[in-house]
Ligand binder design. Structure first.
Ligand code: FMN
Length: 200
């Protein structure tokens, strides 16, 4: 019986979905909404929760008091701890990850590291290379965090090449081919998560 079949169906895999863009019409956020929609239908056994990083203060270790973190940071760290795996939507800012994304990664990396040992996948939408250079940097950061990224399939989406891939008003993904490719990412993330954390 395959891991993505009956074994994985009983207990859903909890996915924390993190978007590195804070803007309302974010295309990367649109990818995460599309992933949530897919998890309600074509991809069974995944429960995807968008974990908002907008309220996190800029990292400053002076804000840590006697092992306690600011309340928004504690809440974020708990979400990361509770998740089985992660789906990152990572816009490319100046050939790298965005500042909000790095900030979130850093906060949850403070001891004890909340990311360690878990599976992760990256998707991105953006300019010419669809945010691909941010993905490489995110993978590099993940080495120290002990994150385990799926390698394939890959998902990059040039958001600006016609025909339109996103609704310009809402940022919702409207490209059917991209939805199919996103589905493959979710299936791969689920399979790898169950490989790392086999269910009874
Ligand atoms: C500060 C900043 C730096 C950017 N740097 C790059 C870049 O290096 N390469 C690129 O392809 N796009 C770059 N962009 C464009 C964004 O990747 C693009 O606008 C993307 O759609 C942003 O993601 P979002 O739609 O989820 O907000 C940059 C945008 C900003 C705001």
């Amino acid at each position: 019986m395959s891991l993505t079949g009956v074994v994985g169906a009983a207990v859903p895999v909890n996915v924390a979905a993190i978007c590195g863009s804070l803007r309302k019409g974010s295309y990367n956020r649109g990818l995460l909404r599309a992933a949530v929609e897919l998890s309600k239908g074509p991809v069974e056994g995944l429960q995807i929760e968008h974990v908002d990083i907008a309220a996190l203060p800029m990292l400053n270790t002076d804000l840590e008091k006697e092992g306690r973190f600011p309340v928004e940071v504690e809440a974020f760290r708990n979400k990361i701890l509770e998740a089985d795996c992660f789906l990152f939507a990572s816009p490319e800012y100046n050939f790298s990850v965005s500042a909000p994304m790095k900030n979130a990664l850093d906060w949850a990396s403070r001891p004890p590291n909340m990311w360690g040992g878990k599976a992760a996948a990256i998707v991105s939408a953006g300019g010419l290379l669809g945010g691909g250079r941010s993905q490489l940097h995110l993978r590099q950061i993940g080495i120290f965090l002990d994150l385990h990224f799926i390698n394939k399939p890959e998902f990059f989406l040039n958001a600006f090449l016609p025909p339109p891939k996103f609704n310009p008003d809402t940022g919702d993904l409207i490209d059917e081919d991209a939805k199919l490719r996103l589905k493959e990412i979710l299936l791969s993330l689920k399979a790898f998560t169950l490989q790392l954390q086999p269910r009874a």
